[in-house]
Design a protein around this ligand. Structure first.
Ligand code: FAD
Length: 346
């Protein structure tokens, strides 16, 4: 059994602010591990608006959420942080030696001198369909997001949900195109939608033309044969359960925007945000810092640029925990030979 990873800094959350935290720590020669529950970096910028333009990043007149993320990843590359994706940080406990024990949902464990919580609006996780035995088919026949639309081409596809994602993908797979499914059945618990009215109207039109089907009901079970899922049991408003055959199941119950386990780490929290000071951006537990959308202080604005500033000051404030003997001086990246060395630009 391997022991926990020993490190100086763990960053919880790989949104724009968590990524920039790697940079600010790196300039001070502090190596970090960065963890996100999403399978990729970028936080809200990637999950909510990858293609939308951002206009208020200083000196970047315009860039999309994706471009910002790609540039941040490039900027932090010299610092060799270790990235851990697809796992949520669940446990944070102070140890007797002053370090923190950190554990993720995948069982990755750390002993760290400092923690930087950059958890944003919380850990993004799709709400799952709770039906016995369904997890065995996750990412094989059951999906909570579409990564590769071609996977659904020519398949009997069942889509569940009543929001924009459910409707947009329904229309995408019904209509002629490279990803056209063999058949599409949309299932929603009621005959009313949160999606754009135009998409709903289009869906109803397609149902009338027998291009697809819409069923009001809830999935209450699955059918399996020879290690494959062959259908879902759908209980309708009339209380009758019918089997709907399928190859692929796409579930869009939305992302749960909860602070999640962060709320249980004993930190001072106000209205779901972590209270910090504005000198160090330190929480009520010394050695644990909070930056970006997840923190609160008088005058807080949830902007990326504010998060970047917070990350810089938090890094300086953390340095004494890691190098108690060292005096930390401010240096310019432009002129400091030492910083050029850590940046790898000598
Ligand atoms: P986030 O981007 O929320 O990232 C936090 C990450 O932490 C997430 O990936 C989450 O999965 C992860 N996480 C949380 N808890 C855990 C845990 N326990 N374990 C593991 N991982 C965890 N801001 C601007 O400045 N300019 C704009 O133009 C702008 N436009 C926007 C447009 C839209 C539509 C939206 C929704 C927001 C916009 N914002 C904009 C706000 C901006 O996106 C946020 O301020 C920014 O994303 C905050 O970054 P963050 O790194 O603090 O958090």
């Amino acid at each position: 059994h391997e022991g926990p990873i020993e490190t100086d800094a763990v960053i919880v959350g790989a949104g724009p602010v968590g990524l920039f935290q790697v940079f600010e720590l790196g300039l001070l020669e502090i190596k970090a591990h960065i963890i996100d529950s999403l399978p990729y970096p970028g936080g809200q910028c990637i999950e909510l608006y990858p293609d939308k333009p951002i206009y208020d990043i200083p000196a970047v007149p315009v860039c999309t959420g994706k471009e910002l993320t790609d540039n941040l990843l490039k900027q932090i590359e010299p610092f060799g942080a270790t990235h851990h994706y697809g796992q949520e940080v669940t446990v944070v406990q102070k140890q007797d030696d002053g370090r923190f024990y950190v554990e993720t949902s995948k069982g990755t464990r750390f002993l760290t001198k400092t923690i930087f919580i950059a958890g944003g609006v919380g850990s993004f996780q799709p709400r799952t369909l709770k039906v016995d035995g369904i997890e065995a088919y996750d990412d094989k026949q059951v999906f909570y997001r579409v990564k590769n639309p071609a996977q659904f081409a020519g398949k009997n596809t069942v889509i569940v949900g009543g929001g924009d994602s459910a409707l947009d993908w329904t229309l995408n797979f019904v209509q002629d195109g490279p990803n056209k499914a063999e058949s599409v059945i949309l299932i929603h618990r009621r005959d009313g939608f949160r999606a754009a009215p135009a998409s709903v109207a289009k869906m109803r039109e397609l149902c009338e033309a027998y291009e697809m089907q819409f069923i009001v009901g809830q999935i209450t079970g699955i059918e399996e044969r020879d290690g494959r899922m062959t259908g879902v049991k759908v209980t309708g408003g009339d209380g009758v359960t019918r089997v709907v055959p399928m190859d692929m199941l796409l579930i869009f119950f939305g992302l749960s925007p909860k602070l999640g386990p962060i709320a249980e780490w004993g930190l001072n929290i106000e209205r779901k945000q972590i209270v910090v000071d504005t000198e160090k951006f330190e929480t009520s537990t010394p050695g644990i810092f909070a930056v970006g959308d997840v923190n609160t202080y008088p005058g807080k604005k949830k902007l990326i640029l504010s998060g970047f500033h917070e990350a810089a000051l938090a890094a300086f404030a953390a340095a004494p925990y890691i190098f108690p003997e060292k005096r930390i001086h401010l240096q310019y990246t432009t002129t400091s030979p030492k910083l050029h060395k850590v940046l790898g630009v000598e």
